[in-house]
Ligand binder design. Structure first.
Ligand SMILES: N=CN[C@@H](CCC(=O)O)C(=O)O
Ligand SMILES: [Zn+2]
Length: 424
């Protein structure tokens, strides 16, 4: 049994309380519900109490000798960050394509010539379960070091039933063996593999008739995602794929309007997707429809940055009443990073969001985007004891001193897993 953890004297304890029922929208994204000289008692993997240090001294002072006490004076305490969109499990690396893009090639040109997603698919098919596990575990450790305690992870670099299952089984084993919680998404419709180039409909058939039923039967995923993009899957194919998933209990997500406007936001609203992700080129009408349908926008400004494209208009989406979450999109092609705090900074500088809004987007709204807001994303009694402590005095400074990893301590399920900026 691990000892209780008592975090005391935080200069700011950003609780993000009050947003567990519905995603946080509009002006409320700026309300972090901050406690100064904040204190939090974690026990049995659960947050027991949150308040001022004086309040907790009264409640728990007599048990201080039992606890591991962390002095957070001068520091910012937040919920463990949540990353709701990653391609965590993959093999290989694409630095050669980075160089090609710097020399003028586009992301889609590289993919259409057999690189891009196809190149990672080849490497992932080639890798054994053990190799995939080892490479992905390294990334998970790095996520933890950047203050992230839960990640969503997509398949989509297998593109055969066996290789998709291999990716999802690696994610499952990581979830079971690593402190990080991993929420799995099936993304067999990430690309039409080269061997189906002449007959994409046959691949859609394979995804809907064979892959989705089998993944659902084995309970290897909760969500179903599709890359709805010109030259990949059409809106009509995407709709069929997402509806097939829904029939098998997989909740729909969609990579929408990333490279070109393609009515992905409109489709997300029409089918009631949990989230629409990317949205760099989403139309005003699509944004409005998403707000009305309650579809969460998962924005990925690191991808726009890395592809040298204009970011999604986060400001416009928030002002239109869309609930916005934010994510690294960690993948080997368009966003090879695990630094969610850096992505939050890009949210401020490139998407017009405030430091408070990006913190809401990376905690409680990100938790909603993976349907976990009842247990993570805010510091409230009864939720999982997932807490990140940054060595900055306030949430503004976290964004202001950018590109530095400020994480000091991470507590996951009530256990200290990062201390002094290093894995324990
Ligand atoms: N755009 C589609 N999928 C990923 C990139 C995958 C890759 O390039 O390997 C994304 O979300 O950015
Ligand atoms: Zn993605």
């Amino acid at each position: 049994m691990i000892k209780p953890v008592w975090i005391r004297h935080a200069s700011q304890l950003a609780t993000l309380a009050g947003g567990s029922e519905e995603p946080v929208v509009g002006d409320r994204m700026n309300e972090l519900t901050i406690i100064e000289d904040g204190s939090i008692w974690l026990e049995a993997g659960v947050i027991q109490r949150v308040g001022t240090d004086e309040e907790l001294e009264q409640a728990y002072g007599h048990r201080a000798h039992e606890a591991q006490i962390i002095d957070a004076a001068g520091k910012l305490v937040t919920p463990g960050l949540v990353d709701p969109h990653t391609h965590l499990v993959h093999a290989g690396s694409r630095q050669n394509e980075f160089n090609m893009r710097l020399n003028g090639a586009t992301y889609m040109e590289i993919m259409n010539n057999g690189g891009g997603i196809h190149s990672t698919t080849a490497a992932t098919r080639e890798a054994s379960h053990e190799e995939l596990f080892a490479q992905s575990k390294r990334r998970l450790d790095q996520f933890l070091l950047h203050g992230v305690t839960t990640v969503e992870a997509k398949s989509g670099y297998g593109l055969t039933l066996a290789d998709e299952i291999k990716q999802l089984e690696v994610a499952k084993q990581l979830h079971e063996s690593h402190p990080m919680d991993i929420i799995s998404t099936f993304m067999g419709a990430h690309a039409v593999p080269r061997e189906y180039r002449e007959d994409p409909e046959a691949f859609v058939e394979l995804v809907t008739q064979e892959m989705i039923p089998e993944v659902a039967r084995r309970k290897l995923a909760e969500f179903n995602d599709v890359f709805c993009e010109r030259g990949v899957f059409t809106p009509e194919q995407s709709k069929r794929i997402l509806e097939a998933g829904a029939r098998h209990g997989l909740l729909p997500k969609i990579h929408a309007d990333e490279i070109e406007p393609y009515e992905g936001a409109e489709l997300a609203a029409a089918i009631g997707a949990v989230s629409a992700d990317h949205l760099l080129r989403a139309s005003d009408r699509g944004i409005q429809l998403m707000a009305e349908a309650g579809v969460i926008a998962v924005l990925l400004p690191g991808t726009a940055f890395f592809l040298m494209a204009e970011s999604a208009n986060g400001r416009k989406m928030i002002d239109a009443g869309v609930a916005v979450a934010i994510s690294t999109d960690c993948n080997p092609g368009s966003s090879p990073t695990v630094s969610l705090p850096l992505i939050m900074n890009l949210g401020c500088l490139k998407m017009g969001m405030t430091p408070a809004e990006v913190l809401t987007a990376a905690t409680i709204n990100a938790a909603h985007a993976i349907r976990r807001a009842h247990e993570i994303g805010s510091l409230e009694a009864g939720k999982k004891a997932d807490v990140t402590i940054f060595d900055v005095p306030d949430f503004m400074t976290l964004q202001y001193r950018y590109g530095i990893n400020h994480v000091d301590t991470v507590v996951k399920n009530g256990a200290i897993v990062v201390a002094g900026g290093s894995l324990v």
